[in-house]
Design a protein. Structure first.
Length: 268
């Protein structure tokens, strides 16, 4: 990370969900490096406590808290613990998902898969927002960043996940309009394929999966977690002071067009 890549978050308190996972871990680390006190939460207690321990050992301010975003009381308790340790949450990053690496076809998918995706992705974000908003409203400041997906806008497989992410885009816009008058900003980061453990099962089946996917990306590669972490830090920072209700697409050009089709059209 060079000086030009820096977004100053000194003095901010950030809470991130699903922080023991691929993107969450790198984002929590980057938020800490930008100066934020980071509340590292995940349903995976060992994972989030280990990461918080590593960040603390590196001289950052971090706290690991086990938090299941589907548990109303647990979310409220974790937000209260964050506030009593570092102060009220300034930045909420809704990132948790239950990865489903090889999703079933729509006609074979159990409704429990829909329940899980909607509960974790949509209602999980709602629960976290409801817990942090009163303090943000009282202080007339705050930032919410929701991790969505290119699946919210076009179909790339996994209907329940796609529908949940589309709902999260809508929720982001609701937040921006309802809470803008309180000085609260809400935006979404919209990644394409990112190389994380969420893909482990597919990678185990086909070690070339990321090379195969790269052909669809005009920039010639899939994304890395830091591509997303940098965007979260930008949206959290004062550099994005007049940006709210937006969707920042971080997809290597995937949704700008279709390079494979373009090559066919051009006869190359
Ligand atoms: N990896 C990609 O290709 C990709 C692409 C587009 C968008 N995204 C988005 O980025 C975000 C992070 O994805 P990732 O690839 O790092 O996933 P990941 O599977 O590596 O991490 C998800 C984390 O969420 C945690 N989690 C699961 N259920 C939870 C619950 N009920 N409460 C709290 N935590 C819970 C898991 O323990 C895990 O640590 C997600 O919102 C995902 O939709 C990822």
């Amino acid at each position: 990370m060079t000086a030009a890549d820096r977004f100053d978050l000194t003095g901010k308190v950030a809470l991130i969900t699903g922080a023991a996972g691929g993107i969450g871990r790198v984002t929590a680390t980057r938020l800490a490096r930008e100066g934020a006190s980071v509340v590292v939460t995940d349903i995976d207690e060992r994972g989030c406590k280990d990461l918080a321990g590593e960040l603390t050992a590196q001289g950052h301010r971090a706290l690991g808290v086990a938090m299941d975003v589907t548990d109303n009381a647990g979310v409220a308790t974790a937000v209260a613990t964050a506030a009593s340790t570092f102060g009220p949450v300034d930045l909420l990053v809704n990132n948790a998902i239950v990865a489903c690496p090889i999703p079933p076809k729509l006609h074979e998918a159990p409704t429990s898969l829909w329940d899980t995706d909607l509960d974790v992705i949509v209602k999980g974000a709602v629960r976290c927002c409801q817990s942090v908003l009163p303090s943000m409203m009282a202080r007339r400041t705050g930032v919410i960043v929701n991790l969505v997906s290119v699946n919210a806008f076009a179909f790339y497989g996994h209907p329940s996940y796609s529908a949940a992410k589309a709902a999260l885009v809508s929720f982001t816009r609701s937040l921006a309009v309802e809470y803008g008058p309180y000085g609260i900003r809400a935006n979404a980061v919209n990644p394409g394929t990112i190389r994380t453990a969420a893909w482990a099962e597919q990678e185990a089946k086909d070690s070339t999966v990321f090379d195969a996917l790269a052909q669809w990306y005009p920039l010639g590669r899939v994304g890395e977690p830091d591509d997303v972490a940098a965007s979260v830090c930008f949206l959290a920072s004062g550099s994005a002071a007049w940006i709210t209700g937006s969707v920042l697409t971080v997809d290597g050009g995937l949704t700008a067009g279709n390079p494979v089709m373009a090559r066919s059209v051009e006869g190359s």
